[in-house]
Write a protein that binds this ligand. Sequence first.
Ligand code: NAG
Ligand code: NAG
Ligand code: NAG
Ligand code: NAG
Length: 452
Amino acid sequence: MVERRTFLAAAVAILAISSTAGFPAADGEESGSKSSPNEDFLEKAVSNIESKGSAISEFFKEVSKDKDPEHLKNIADYDKLILSLIYSIREDGSLFTDFILLLLDKAYPAKSDAFTETFKNKFTFTEPDVINVLQYLGSRKDYHYIPEHVLESLFDVLNMTTEEKFNKPVIEYGLEKGYAKGMKRLLGNKTTVNEKGDSLLHVAAENDYMDSLKTLIDEGIPVDVKNKLGQTPLYYAAKNEHNDAAKYLISKKADVDSRDEDGDTQLHIAAKLGDMEAAQGLIEAGARVDADNEGQTPLYRAAQYDQKNMMSVLLGNGANLHFNHNGKEPIHIAAASNHTTAVENFLRFEVKVDARSQDEMTPIHWAARSGLNQMVEFLLSKGADINSVGSIKRTPLHEAAYWAQYDTVKYLVAHGANISAVDYSGQKPTDMARYNDQYAMRDLLKSIEKKH
Ligand SMILES: *[C@@H]1O[C@H](CO)[C@@H](O)[C@H](O)[C@H]1NC(C)=O
Ligand SMILES: *[C@@H]1O[C@H](CO)[C@@H](O)[C@H](O)[C@H]1NC(C)=O
Ligand SMILES: *[C@@H]1O[C@H](CO)[C@@H](O)[C@H](O)[C@H]1NC(C)=O
Ligand SMILES: *[C@@H]1O[C@H](CO)[C@@H](O)[C@H](O)[C@H]1NC(C)=O
């Protein structure tokens, strides 16, 4: 059994060597009264090593083989030391990862492919090694020093290993085996795991890894955490018919109608993507079929993004084609929002082109009011009446004039709008110009009137 003194001496020797070799020295090396994270970390690593006789003797054999401290002059020497350390302690059934990570940081003070290469080419991680590391990372509560770049490199190596051996990325592997804490630690400061912006909780929910799912929630990952598309873990659980996972998430206050930053619910998102499985699953989990986002329901989203099958599914589940929002139906909102595809799909599902909103306005009134000539043109092509009148007998031209839509006034007149139409109080489109002191609009209409 080697004595404590010897270990400390060895550790100090390594620190000394590292500074002569041009690696950054550890903080607090000068034995200051304040113990730095690094020094603390080293202390712990050393006492950790001390408790494992056989591993240490192996380690020592390797370090003391060459009495010359120049032994550890370059990265290759560090690799040798690190690898031999890993190999020897593997026999003990555990990795002294604190210490190894410290050495890694010394050998590779910044993120480098060289580190990954070293492991790839010179060392073969076995399944127990991977498990060891993940267990180790998850079991530690007290340490505070694993540099991000070391974690990143470690991640790459583990990812490579699990891909090779188990045909899945380390995240899936680790969560499947229940090493949720280790995975969280392995990600370091990162909270997402792929280009979709999924969190660990998404992966656990998507794959029905219940143990990890529970642990991650206990670890404080917000139950309705969203990826880039705004999808929550519950979305994934519902989509994949993982009922237990879905129930568990809901029991932890997950909201099946959780909204993204644009106010869309999970079902809106599924509708927009045409994600049929998700829509079915979400509805079964209790999602509101007619969830309202400023009058735009999931059915609206499906119409807008031309998801016709989705429209059928939603209608089959009771979605309302005539959903009322402040007196307007979806087709009126679509006309006012220039959502041509949505209008087209509503018509396809047999909404009337002259459907009436509150005040008896038709879609073309709304398009005219918003100055959307292309929408006006589209509605006319679908049989809309250019002179249709609302409850106060105003035509689309009245609306365009009132709202100062110059181009639309011109367009409507050019396409047969009646410049002499009068509303319930006898006012013509020209009179509308009065309302907002629109002198330019008045002049425009007067000049049009003269021509007629
Ligand atoms: C893990 O490995 C796979 C396959 O090699 C790769 O596609 C994926 O991007 C890797 N993951 C990360 C986070 O690097
Ligand atoms: C990672 O997080 C730690 C603790 O919150 C912080 O001190 C460190 O600067 C972060 N590192 C990076 C690279 O963002
Ligand atoms: C309305 O949508 C059409 C395409 O359908 C587009 O060309 C036009 O620029 C849009 N109009 C406005 C005002 O955004
Ligand atoms: C235009 O509106 C006026 C007033 O309502 C009506 O007398 C006239 O017949 C309309 N003209 C056309 C072409 O519809």
